[in-house]
Design a protein around this ligand. Sequence first.
Ligand code: ADP
Length: 753
Amino acid sequence: MKFLRQKFLHENMLSKHGLILSAFAIVLGTISLIEFICPQTMLGTIIAIVTYFLSLVAGCAFYFLFTDRLNHIVEKHELICAKEGAESLRNEKSGLLQNIIDNSVEGMVTIDESGIVQIFNPACERIFGYAAEEIVGKSVSILMPEPYRSEHDGYIRAYCKTGVTKVIGISQEVQGRHKDGMPLLLDLSISEVKLNNDGRMFSGFVRDISERKSVEDQLQTYMTELEWFRAEAEKGTRLKSEFLATMSHEIRTPMNGVIGMTELLLETGLNARQQHYADVVMRSARALLDIINDILDFSKIEAGRLMLEPMPLDFRRLSQEVIELFSVKTGEKGLEMLLNYSDDSARYVLGDAGRIRQILFNLLSNAVKFTDKGRIELIVEGLESPQNRLNDAKIKVSVKDTGIGIPQEVQGMLFSMFTQADASTSRKYGGTGLGLAICKQLAMLMDGEVGIESVHGKGSVFWFTMILPMVDENAVAMVQSEPVEKAKPESLKGAEILLVEDNIINQEFAMEILKSFGCRCTLASDGRQAINCVEDDNVYDLILMDCQMPEMDGYEATRHIHEYFMRRNLPPVPIIAMTAHAMKGEREKCIDAGMDDYLSKPFLKKDMEDVLMKWISGVFDAEVATQQRAEAEVLDGGVDMSALEVVRELMKDRYAEIVEKYIGNTDEVISRIGQVFAGDGDFADIVMDAHSLKSSSQYLGAVVVAEAARDLEMTAREAMEKKRPVWELRLCFETLKKAWHDVRDLYIREVEG
Ligand code: ADP
């Protein structure tokens, strides 16, 4: 019905078609009637025409009389329809809004200007534990703990009065209160809703963040704890290093006594039984020292305190040398040992020879230890370098043996500290299980890896890789050449040594060794005494300085002694540190303090000999040196005339010949050194020439020339090790040339008589 009314009583229908329809209907009806009454007559036709016009008139009248009325009806109807539509839309919207409020995950609470709750949605019910009926109509301050509860109403009032707000329009963390009294941590955003009647409402959206906050707090606690643990671990590592340094010092000092004294004991002509006992003591002491060194090495690497000392090296030669070290052992066991050095592997590289040798030594000694028959192969191959290191060489080194092999299940853990394939291994073969762990760490320091392939009972292959810069052959030759003919220990005879050492056993041991070299030894038992000795009687050719001593330690004493030399403008005396500390940085510490070299305790007679030879070998006939110092004032233009006098006395009529030879030789040496700088020869030649010139000049009293030659020799040595720049070497050469130029005429006069 409604539909029909809408369709047919529509305003347009009436206005446009109403008239036509009604007229048409009347005309048709009337014509039909006439046709029915008077068929085919004139009258009928006239009546029909009249009727037709009448119908038209009636239709028009109908239209004019009823259209307005009908339109009014229609408008009324439409108004009713619109009202109905709006209401249903409103109903629909408010239903939707309610739905949204009810289903919101966030709590929503609306209050009026007096703080009275108007809306309290289900999410709020869940957060605060109140049912809506318990809260709506009451003050919102119920939902707050003290002191906010008491302050709240005043706060709204103040806002309504002044419009100043700290909370509206922003989101903030606030404290709430659950129905059961428990505090809640809430995230709250408040907005203001202005009403038509000039009033206002406030809507708050609330989210319970207590849980999130507690997770955050927990996380923060974990982070703090983690930070604490990290700091503790670092402290632990530092303490461990310090402990190890101390332990190493404490163990190495008495070990110095044990090993040193046993070594001396072995030289005293023992009978067979005594010799055997002493040998056992020596072997055990060395084994103990090896273990200490291993533990120290591992700890040093672990604490990141081991620094590599790369130098140019010939890796092929190094591999061959290491293999040769095992020749006796492999010979005894009847094993074959060979080096398989592939052509595609680099040979001249920049690496820490000592550390590379250590890895090779570990792997090869394991191979020899665990192989009873067959052969051991050291295989060196070149691998493709990684993209970012294309200029460096990647080398793979494998040690392959035909020994006992290792079961699959334990292979993976062998590179960890203190691990052995099975417990019986250590009983049968000895060892600490540290070797492979050290190899791994060292390989990693050289950007390499380690690995193992083994079949139980058949043999093993242990391999490692390293990535090293390549160098040219000359660089290696320069470092490796040993130009100076090794002097005999006899040349140490008469050298004046100041031994600074507080430990009685070590004093005794070092004095014995020095005596055995024919050195003259003065003893100082702390740094202060050492300074006194130097200041009272500066006769020393070399000072051996312990580092840790009561009263004044070796570092400080060294600094004082250097100052003394500088104040007096005296040539410095080499100071050699003796220390039991094996930790990294110790060497640097000694050098920084002004010491020239380093002797690590426990040392053997041979180590001491090497150091003494390096610094004073054959440099002086000690007698001459002492005499030189005593009679320094006799210098004539840089020549010690009394020394020349001694030579004249000794050589008698061959004196002129000797002096002439010296002149010729010195000229030659200087010209030869000049040629090295011109690119003909290397620094090793300089070392050799300067060394011999130093001796002859001392002998013939050319003190200033001897000093200059000594400086040149030392600088050339250090330049070879890249510790001194070449320009310094040239400077020393210029000084030498000048010194010779100043005294040459004097010697010519000596020849001419
Ligand atoms: P160790 O000082 O005990 O030799 P390593 O770390 O060098 O310590 O070796 C750990 C263990 O690995 C050895 O005890 C041994 O069980 C096993 N191992 C190492 N090299 C070989 C090898 N070439 N053949 C068989 N077993 C080996």
